[in-house]
Design a protein around this ligand. Structure first.
Ligand SMILES: *Cc1c(COP(=O)(O)O)cnc(C)c1O
Length: 493
């Protein structure tokens, strides 16, 4: 047999790598410079976008750098969503920290695998270090464990998995969910639907999720929660987990966490806090009192890719008791045995999450914290809360706008109400929906919607560090402008 010759086509020299990377980095910095002047909206249909960015097939031969860059320009400028623009206020969308972006490049460049310490020694230690810092800031004990995961959806799924395996009362991992009585999960009316999906994926079924009524500030009512638990106990259902939401997605409402912790304790339930959105605010001293009780959680979901603006994805789940956490995901393949010295002090994180190979998601968080310092994040989070209050103030002061909830954190919901249609809720729902689309299409600001107590609302979530008072003022002007013209076009009754 002939000895194979080296084949280095895939391995670029460092000069070639620099050239290619620099062109890409220049595209990104050009994007940063032009961002304020770009329309917030992406005006193209899915078909147009597909045609523009996928004009070619997957090539068998290399494409020139120039052609690749031209293609990437389309992706960035003409066919991207400008989520980093200060006027982007939809959903819960961070802008991506500036230092986090090159950190992501480096994380990919060195390609560490956080499934196991030997494949990413420094990376694993950095992940541990950052997780411990979050746990400490959120008030969990020093020995708390956790992991970076793909998002709050996965974090909630993991938390419910550990709750189920710890408290069901039988070996669910071996015998399955059908081997015992039905289990129930309790959560706010306004909670995120990823909890329902977690219940589905875990075999509990979405019907096992009890939606508990909320009070006038959209927070779970502990008395109603307790009634629901008692009803289940009487019916032979095992209450498994109380989920408190620390910042609901629609409104930013914060459940009374300490009272929920009391109820969970009284009935032997797991207490999970979904702080995907509000978590970073709970780490800010002045806002901390709103979150009292979070430190009693058995598990916490927190998304640094939301209110810390870290590039997607940066999400974490934390567990008070590492033994319970590990027991839910342990597996021991034959090929991962390590020598005793290393194995005694090692983190094999393929045993810590449903994933096996894992990316170095902690690096952009770590580098962003190194480059900015936590104080800068904390100041910005307070500023976002101030901006939300400013927007709420403008709405309240305006004759044609109606606030639909007092902002707890940085989410504001309101609607346009022309004086001549004050009580016509069906018409107002329809009108406000049309206003939202008109405002989005105009491209100056990009809010999303919510339904608050049955009413269609304009919703602004202010977490981008590029959003300022001028953007929320533009939002008010835009809603009023489009509201007036759409209402004026109303056919006479
Ligand atoms: C956003 C959000 C989630 C889902 O998190 P992802 O990171 O989008 O997967 C879960 N719960 C709440 C309260 C959220 O706001």
């Amino acid at each position: 047999m002939q000895r194979p010759e080296p084949l280095s086509d895939l391995d670029w020299s460092s000069e070639r790598a620099t050239e290619f990377a620099q062109a890409t980095v220049e595209l990104w910095t050009e994007y940063l410079g032009r961002l304020p002047d770009l329309p917030v909206v992406h005006p193209h249909t899915p078909a147009e976008t597909r045609a523009a960015v996928l004009g070619r097939g997957v090539p068998d031969k290399p494409v020139s750098d120039d052609e690749i860059l031209t293609h990437l320009r389309d992706v960035v400028f003409d066919h991207g969503a400008q989520t980093g623009h200060g006027g982007f206020m939809a959903f819960i969308t961070g802008a991506g920290t500036v230092p986090g972006a090159p950190a992501s490049l480096l994380a990919a460049g060195i390609n560490q695998n956080l499934g196991g310490w030997p494949l990413g020694p420094a990376a694993t230690e950095i992940e541990n270090h950052v997780l411990a810092w979050f746990a400490g800031r959120l008030g969990l004990p020093a020995q708390a464990s956790g992991a970076f995961v793909t998002g709050g959806a996965t974090a909630n799924l993991m938390a419910l998995t550990v709750a189920r395996d710890t408290l069901a009362g039988w070996d669910v991992r071996r015998d399955g969910i059908a081997a015992g009585p039905p289990l129930a999960v309790y959560i706010s009316d306004d909670a995120h639907e990823t909890v329902d999906r977690a219940a589905d994926l875990l075999g509990l079924g979405t019907a096992a999720v009890r939606r508990v009524a909320t009070d006038e500030r959209f927070r779970v009512r502990p008395d109603v929660l307790e009634e629901a638990i008692r009803r289940d106990l009487a019916a032979g259902v095992k209450p498994l987990c109380v989920v408190g939401t620390a910042g609901t997605t629609e409104l930013g409402a914060i459940d009374p966490l300490a009272a929920l912790a009391d109820v969970a304790e009284r009935y032997g339930c797991w207490f999970h806090v979904d702080a995907a959105y509000g978590g970073p605010a709970a780490m800010v001293n002045e806002l901390r009192p709103l979150f009292a009780g979070i430190e009693r959680a058995d598990s916490v979901t927190c998304d640094p890719h939301k209110w810390m603006n870290i590039p997607i994805s940066a999400s974490l789940v934390l567990f008070r008791d590492p033994a319970r956490h590990l027991a839910a995901f342990t597996l021991q393949p034959d090929y991962t045995k390590l020598d005793a010295e290393v194995a005694s002090d090692i983190v094999l994180r393929y045993q810590w999450t449903p994933q096996f190979t894992r990316p170095f998601d902690a690096l952009p968080v770590w580098v962003s914290l190194l480059a900015h310092g936590w104080d800068v994040f904390a100041r910005r989070i307070r500023h976002d809360v101030d901006l939300a209050r400013w927007l709420h103030h403008l709405v309240t002061a305006h004759d044609e706008l109606e606030p639909l909830a007092d902002p707890e954190l940085s989410i504001v919901c309101f609607r346009y109400v022309p004086p001549s249609a004050l009580d016509d809720d069906a018409y107002l729902d329809d009108l406000n929906e049309r206003i939202l689309y008109a405002v989005q299409r105009a491209g100056h600001v990009y809010p999303s919607n919510a339904v608050v107590a049955g009413r269609y609302a304009m919703r602004a979530c202010l977490i981008s560090y590029r959003t300022e008072a001028e953007h929320v003022e533009t939002l008010v002007d835009e809603v009023v402008r489009h509201g007036r013209s759409l209402h004026a076009a109303r056919p006479a009754p």
